[in-house]
Design a protein. Sequence first.
Length: 166
Amino acid sequence: MIAAATPRPPLHGTDGLPPLVRRARLHDAPALHALSLAFIRSGALRPRSIDHYLAHAGEFILATGRGRSSLLGALALSDEGDGAAVLYNFCVARGNQGRGLGAALLRAALADARSRSVREVFTATTGGAGFFRRHGFAPAGPGRAPAAWAGALDPARGSQVLSRRP
């Protein structure tokens, strides 16, 4: 018999409070870039310069420790027009995964998409799509994803394009 993995306890800061999920600000760009570098090196994220994080800081939603400057996770939601948005640069710092941070970030991004009347949210993943499927994403049919975004995906990475209503 295979035993189920024991879930990690919810992540709390030293003050006993859960992480804060908030919109990124310009001064967060260096920490966003630093968090993303390990995922870029592993091939899980596309390379982006610090300039991208500076120019698009307002697209990012962060999970941070309350009272701490550490960045625990991040994702971006880009409005692509015509009722479509794209989630990208989704990462949770190693050692903080499996504790609900990714789900909290995704909930915040979907709420943001709803508030902007987005009809469909797209993402691309090179890893297993299990996380996204558990949160209601399904493979997007051909031609449904925003053309400019879909055209910029590197076919060599083998990305799976998924979508859902917010």
